[in-house]
Design a protein around this ligand. Structure first.
Ligand code: NAD
Length: 253
């Protein structure tokens, strides 16, 4: 393993990000949780350090380049050069495309697509300089096959997949890989909030999601973390530009 063992996870405080943070900490990385919500990020870092793992928290807003730059500087001063970047922060609201506004499109693209670009622009040059790095972008099966009521989000996630392939090509000779992990419906605070928004129909919404999955259950953050840990590992050095669904078989192509 290289000496650089620091992994930064955006949105790593809760949900899928917490699953990823935990897997990487258990794999021996010093994890930096870069999240908008510093309070929850700090609590998650403390939970991990309480188990004897290496973890810290910084506040980062991936929709603000100055915030990204400041957080990266703070993370590297605290924990050393970042050798693994996981772009996980993301969000959506469910509505028919024809009801969406341009303001909503900008919000979705700024967070789910441009958020990844900002951290990569800030962190990948250092990886190239050091000749080693792993970028893992969190997409979604919505970006591979579409998802009703998530048109703009699906477009942004599809953009993440295409962008990652091009980035992977451009940096392929530099010791830096870039891959995508696509969760299917996963039981997180974000998904629960969406289901609760459906009021009395919340259980029906969740049941409908489960029915579409060959394994007949929702994913968990613990299902996603190990896939990210694989792409983040030194042994995955010949794997780049790939898209891996972790969704109980929901998508198979
Ligand atoms: N839950 C699912 O079913 C599902 C399915 C496919 C893909 N995903 C993707 O997985 C990722 C995580 O989703 P989740 O369900 O765990 O979400 P979540 O809302 O439960 O957690 C998201 C985390 O990101 C942080 N965050 C939000 N905006 C941020 C910003 N601007 N800057 C930094 N941090 C920010 C939040 O504070 C939170 O800690 C997202 O990219 C999402 O699109 C989720």
């Amino acid at each position: 393993m290289t000496e650089e063992r620091t992994a930064l996870i955006t949105g790593g405080a809760q949900g899928i990000g917490k699953g990823i943070t935990t897997s990487l900490a258990e794999a021996g990385f010093s994890v930096v949780i870069a999240d908008l919500n510093l309070e929850v990020a700090t609590a998650t870092a403390e939970e991990l350090t309480g188990r004897g793992l290496k973890a810290s928290a910084v506040q980062m807003n991936v929709t603000d380049s100055a915030s990204v730059a400041e957080a990266v500087q703070q993370a590297e001063a605290q924990s050393g050069p970042i050798s693994v970047l996981v772009n996980n922060a993301g969000w959506d609201d469910f509505m028919p495309f024809l009801d969406t506004t341009e303001e909503f499109w900008d919000k979705i693209v700024d967070l789910n697509f441009k958020g990844h670009l900002r951290t990569i622009k800030a962190i990948v040059p250092g990886m190239i300089e050091r000749g080693y790095g792993r970028v893992v972008n969190i997409g979604s099966d919505a970006g591979r096959v579409g998802s009703s009521l998530e048109a703009v989000y699906s477009g942004a996630k599809g953009g993440v997949i295409a962008f990652t392939k091009t980035l992977a090509r451009e940096i392929a000779t530099k010791g830096v890989t870039a891959n995508v992990v696509c969760p299917g419906p996963t039981d997180t605070p974000a998904l629960r909030k969406f289901a609760d928004g459906a009021g009395d129909d919340a259980d029906k919404v969740i049941s409908g999601m489960k029915r579409g999955v060959p394994m007949k259950r929702l994913g968990t953050p613990e299902d996603i973390g190990p896939a990210v840990a694989f792409f983040a590992s030194e042994g995955a050095g010949f794997v780049t530009g790939q898209t891996l669904s972790v969704s109980g078989g929901l998508t198979m192509a």
